[in-house]
Design a protein around this ligand. Structure first.
Ligand SMILES: C[S@@+](CC[C@H](N)C(=O)[O-])C[C@H]1O[C@@H](n2cnc3c(N)ncnc32)[C@H](O)[C@@H]1O
Length: 248
């Protein structure tokens, strides 16, 4: 990408599904090098705590296998492998640049024997039914237009009583924290991102996609509509992030 080129994306409500998928691929391919740094910096390292909490809720009881969907640079996959030494982990993502960065981290942590990262699409998962105990998607479902398909695919590949987990940025309930967060997302974050990335529009898209994400209640209903049981939403850090868990 040319450094002087100014990129603008339409708002989430104006995009059609194919256009959105193209924009998401473009965004993650363009921010890959700074992705981990910006995650830590812009979330004040809360992203690390949120993934850790997700991993602490996982239950391995049958296959001892975990699938990380939209794995990006592999942080959730690596956290799981480091927490559960007997578990084998697969991570898939449809932006190869993100996967490549993840593979370097797998290598540097000597986890090649238990962590496999590869290209894969959340809406068409290549694994057979009942292949994993747990599958999770961290900060990925927001970018997927066909959320029903992704959730159905995640449910399909886990065993009965296995878990589908979704970790996603959400908005706090209306009030002081929601207003503060909205100001941060729309006013501060894109300006901060401008200093560090060639594609600050990516962070305008981020704000837009968070504000347009279903409410907690709506998302739990979406999970239930896919046939998941015992669905619950755990708000994290004043509700700026939510961990959703459902079982097959
Ligand atoms: C915000 S990043 C999150 C990465 C990682 N899970 C984490 O916790 O940092 C979102 C990722 O979702 C991926 N993604 C979006 N839609 C996808 C799809 N349909 N299939 C696979 N990956 C997808 C993007 O390529 C990107 O790497």
């Amino acid at each position: 990408m040319n450094e002087k080129q100014i990129i603008e994306y339409p708002s989430v409500q104006e995009m059609d599904d194919d256009q959105r998928i193209g924009i998401v691929k473009d965004i993650f391919a363009s921010v890959t090098d700074k992705y981990d740094f910006l995650n830590r910096f812009l979330s004040l390292r809360r992203d690390v705590a949120w993934r850790k909490r997700t991993v602490s809720e996982m239950k391995f009881f049958n296959t001892n296998r975990f699938l990380d969907v939209a794995t990006g640079t592999g942080d959730l996959a690596l956290n799981c492998a480091n927490t559960y030494p007997d578990v084998s982990v697969v991570g898939v993502d449809f932006v190869q640049e993100m996967v490549n960065n993840g593979l370097k981290k797998v290598e540097s942590q000597n986890l090649n024997n238990r962590v496999k990262l590869k290209w894969g699409d959340a809406t068409n998962i290549e694994y057979k039914d009942n292949s994993f105990d747990v599958t999770a998607i961290a900060f990925g479902i927001r970018n997927i237009p066909d959320k029903q398909k992704a959730l159905s695919e995640m449910k399909r590949v886990i065993v009965d009583d296995g878990q589908v987990m979704v970790l996603e940025l959400t908005t706090p309930e209306p009030g002081f924290w929601r207003n503060t967060y909205s100001f941060y997302l729309n006013g501060v974050l894109p300006k901060l991102a401008k200093w560090f990335t060639k594609n600050p529009a990516a962070y305008e898209y981020l704000a837009d996609s968070i504000m347009n994400f279903p409410t907690r209640k709506e998302f739990v209903e979406l999970m239930e509509s896919r046939g998941l049981k015992n669905c619950k939403a755990i708000p994290l850090t004043f509700g700026v992030c939510t961990l959703y868990i459902g079982e097959k």
